[in-house]
Design a protein around this ligand. Sequence first.
Ligand SMILES: *Cc1c(COP(=O)(O)O)cnc(C)c1O
Length: 503
Amino acid sequence: MARPKPPLSGPHPLELSGDVMREMVALAMDHIVPHIESLPEQPMHATRGGKRLARLLRERLPERGTPYEKLLRRLFGKVIPMSLNTASPGYMGYIPGGGLFHAAVADLIADAVNRYVGVFQAAPLLVQIEADVISWFCAMLGLPEGSGGILTTGGSLANLVAVITARRDRLPPDFLRGTLYASEEAHHSVKKAALLAGFPPEAVREIPVDGRFRMRPDAAAEVVARDRARGLSPFLLVASAGTTGTGAVDDLRALADLAVAERLWLHVDAAYGGFFALTERGRAAMRGIERADSVTLDPHKSLFLPYGTGCLAVRDREALRRAHAVSASYMPPMQAEDDLVDFCELGPELSRDARGLRVWLPLKMHGASVFRAALDEKLTLARGAADALRRTAHIEVAAEPELSLLAFRARPPGIEDGPPLDALNRRLLARVNAKQRVLLTGVRAGGRLLLRMCILSFRTHADRVDAAIADIAASLAEVLEESRDGGLEPARGQEQPGGEDDD
Ligand SMILES: *Cc1c(COP(=O)(O)O)cnc(C)c1O
């Protein structure tokens, strides 16, 4: 039976009736549920023609409304399908997360009630829920009493707040002699953060990595000493707990020792790997993270949330306050007690969404044990994938999974290392992705093109990892067959999917 369709007009059309609100959500759900249920069968990527269709989509601000159902049909029929299927169980490119539906419901609640969480007084209990979430994260990392942090929109913003906080904590107001240190495999948001924080590009020192793509502490120590001798002011050491390229976890204990010896702020970028600290194997891999001054986490990666949630956890919450607190007479009073928090004093934002709920709801509904088990499954799957690739002819595993990300490449005999081998691997990547069962991405590391597999979606299980291994083996056979026939199609100029276009 068709649902009644209450009108969207009237004297105050923006004030929806109860029936209309229910109807809106129900109709959205009529599209969302089939979409999510069909994720495993949907193609992994469908962005061909994106430029042309994006241009066709452009329109002026409409003066009159369009029926809601028509808009839903356009979104789900046309707009959303033209994309990388980042929510699919087969998505192993970049860093997946999946996107828990629970968080979408939490967002609906948070947005619908529209409470203000920038200051404690405006919604003490909602603010406390968010503060609790952050204290859970601090405890997970092993940070002591007095630690705290903020939820951001992602890891890049968390890294920015970390760099600014370290700068305020360790350097004078005239800070341009300051230098910071990160490995050449560190995420590019570290450099961006330094630039946004006012440093020139040369202030960011890229430290070489070892054979496992980990920052070399000895090299870092040397560069720091040399900079100090030149009258510069080393102030920040950025370690990675799971690099984006190959999943490398830096030796956090050695880097913590260096930070202490050189009085550097130690920031650990754990945007990819951080929540593996919930598991025993993850904690072992990231030993030393508890000694960090600050840690970037991305709940929209290893806590499986939808995009839009990052976190900066800081050992000394007061350092965040010193870097961000600014007062104004029109603001309500801030909390003086240590155990209460006004988030506007700890970060760059004032008004913002109540983003704590999207973390809190799934963790409260399931408990940490369910997340721990899911993360443990990913660790096991990644080890299994590395073993299977090692048994595959002509494949070499270039980066073993420290957590759930591994990198490999084809290395058949008779093809010269360097551009010819890179070209072959680029074709292999394109072949694997063309099969549309999994989506992998590439990276250039150690001067070579590597294919990477990041197993992190809560939807990814053994069946899809097996499919990935089968598709890699079959694709390599096809690519080798082609090169034997001499019918080499020209190597695609790109290492990443989604850029292909027909115009
Ligand atoms: C993803 C990632 C970032 C950036 O996080 P966003 O949420 O994309 O802004 C930073 N560092 C590492 C190691 C990452 O994997």
